[in-house]
Design a protein. Structure first.
Length: 94
């Protein structure tokens, strides 16, 4: 069993955990929940084709999300820019 076969499940577990914790803590006045959720989502998008496809479908179904993300794109850190670009619904196969 190679290192790659161990790393991917660990990254997926960390990504889902961070996303869930971020969603739970999002209502707290300080924006730590949103940051944790976005980091978890970026890990999931980089490791799971299913999550990437679901995000593309969500952005296609709700275009306002895509417009908001594209408006914030220039101000985001590099890892979030990659998530926005990777989940662009124009890359979704019909």
């Amino acid at each position: 069993m190679g290192l790659k076969t161990i790393q991917r499940p660990i990254k997926l577990i960390i990504g889902w955990t961070m996303l869930i914790i971020g969603i739970i803590t999002a209502p707290i006045p300080i924006p730590i929940g949103q940051i944790v959720a976005l980091i978890g989502l970026s890990i999931l998008v980089s490791e799971s084709q299913w999550v990437k496809t679901k995000m593309q479908q969500l952005r296609r179904r709700l275009p306002i999300i895509g417009r908001q993300l594209m408006r914030m794109h220039p101000y985001m850190p590099r890892f979030l820019k990659k998530v926005i670009d990777d989940t662009d619904p124009t890359h979704l196969a019909e």
